[in-house]
Design a binder for this molecule. Structure first.
Ligand SMILES: Nc1ncnc2c1ncn2[C@@H]1O[C@H](COP(=O)(O)OP(=O)(O)O)[C@@H](O)[C@H]1O
Ligand SMILES: [Mg+2]
Length: 370
């Protein structure tokens, strides 16, 4: 199938290595593609800014990067706001040529440093990370000299936070299994590609209400853009509830096991209709965890005494039976077993995504069609 005219022009523009093209070159290579575009007033104005004349074609040296950015913006029509995230706004949009629904996330990065090599590498990896349970990154719109990029993502109806708060069916145990299973599939795929999420929570899990599809979003970007300190300007409190004990205790080296802790918290929350551990401060959250699971000991977690924020003075709580913490699972031995394995203090002993996917709790769960 031949690409749509705008897509064809954009893809040709991307293959130029230079930032600008001489008039003659621009006209011979791009002219025929421009003439195939379905002109409307907006497009005519846009192209006029880049020296396009309906008869003569490009009338001077062409700013290739500028034109590309402008055409990418023109390609997606914003039709509403989905969320206002920590880095910027997320808009609902539609692809002008295909009518496909999309979400466009504006991401700000620091002006002095621009996008680091590792950021660019991570974004490229995300583009390659194709999986049914990970939101697809379809396009990246970078502004020249700007301090932000736009990530163009596939669209889903809502996030899991909204889903849990709005749809009674979400509390059905069969539905909970399907959601947790799909999150684990997405996480396993990411971990297999050396990407961890680090900020898995209901707001970062998207749900198709009719289809029952679940896809993880806000992926791998936690490290890419502004560090947490710089994010304070948005005045949004970062949700801590799903953060693993090793991160709360200031571990410098952490592993993909941080994500499995978060999955455990999400699973318990779906069962209980409320977050399992809740506090607005890191130390407060640690103590909420200790009260329920018992204060960890160096015998059970060898690295514990070496962690930056560990203290011998921590109050010592005994562990409570898990069935008491998630009463709706009290009669479900497999469910309790899986949850217990995800909420293990020592990251080395915590269950991995691959292991969790083999767990008997998921026996007989049918995944939604893609
Ligand atoms: N692809 C999408 N489809 C539907 N809603 C989305 C999509 N991406 C993000 N959202 C909504 O916007 C919110 C913020 O997006 P997110 O990528 O998590 O940004 P932030 O980094 O600011 O947390 C999400 O919690 C969700 O409600
Ligand atoms: Mg988010």
């Amino acid at each position: 199938m031949a690409p749509e005219p705008l897509t064809a022009l954009l893809s040709r523009l991307s293959r130029f290595k230079a930032l600008a093209a001489e008039r003659e070159l621009a006209n011979s290579v791009l002219g025929p593609l421009v003439r195939k575009l379905p002109f409307d007033q907006e497009l005519a104005l846009l192209l006029a800014k880049f020296g396009w004349h309906p008869v003569e074609g490009f009338t001077g040296t062409l700013d290739l990067a500028g034109l590309k950015g402008a055409l990418q913006k023109y390609k997606y029509i914003k039709i509403g706001q989905l969320g206002s995230g920590s880095y910027g706004v997320v808009h609902k949009a539609i692809n002008r040529e295909t009518n496909e629904l999309l979400a466009i996330k504006k991401v700000v990065h620091s002006v002095e440093h621009g996008l680091s090599d590792s950021t660019i590498r991570e974004i490229s990896t995300l583009r390659e990370l194709r999986h049914d349970n990970i939101v697809r990154l379809k396009d990246i719109i970078a502004t020249v000299n700007g301090n932000h990029v736009h990530l163009v993502l596939e669209f889903l109806d809502c996030d899991l936070r909204h889903y849990l708060d709005t749809y009674p069916v979400a509390s059905d145990v069969g539905r909970i299994k399907s959601v947790v299973l799909q999150i684990l599939r997405g996480i396993r795929h990411a971990h297999a590609n050396s990407i961890m999420h680090r900020d898995l929570k209901p707001q970062n899990v998207l749900v198709g209400v009719e289809s029952g599809q679940v896809k993880i979003t806000d992926f791998g970007l936690a490290r890419c853009f502004l560090p947490n300190e710089d994010r304070a300007y948005t005045e949004r409190v970062v949700t801590l509830y799903y953060r693993s004990p090793e991160l709360l205790l200031g571990a410098q080296y952490y592993t993909s096991a941080v994500d499995l802790w978060s999955v455990g918290c999400i699973m318990a929350e779906m069962v209980n209709f409320e977050p399992l551990f809740k506090s607005d401060t890191e130390i407060g959250l640690l103590f909420r965890i200790f009260e329920k699971l018992g204060t960890p000991t160096p015998e059970a977690w060898r690295e514990l005494p070496g962690l930056a924020y560990f203290s011998e003075q921590f109050p010592r709580f005994p562990p409570r039976p898990l069935a008491e913490l998630v009463p709706r699972l009290a009669g479900d031995a497999a469910g309790l077993d899986l949850l217990r394995r995800m909420l293990v203090y020592d990251p080395r002993q915590r269950i991995t995504a691959s292991q969790a996917l083999e767990h008997p709790w998921f026996q007989g769960v049918v995944l939604p069609a893609q």
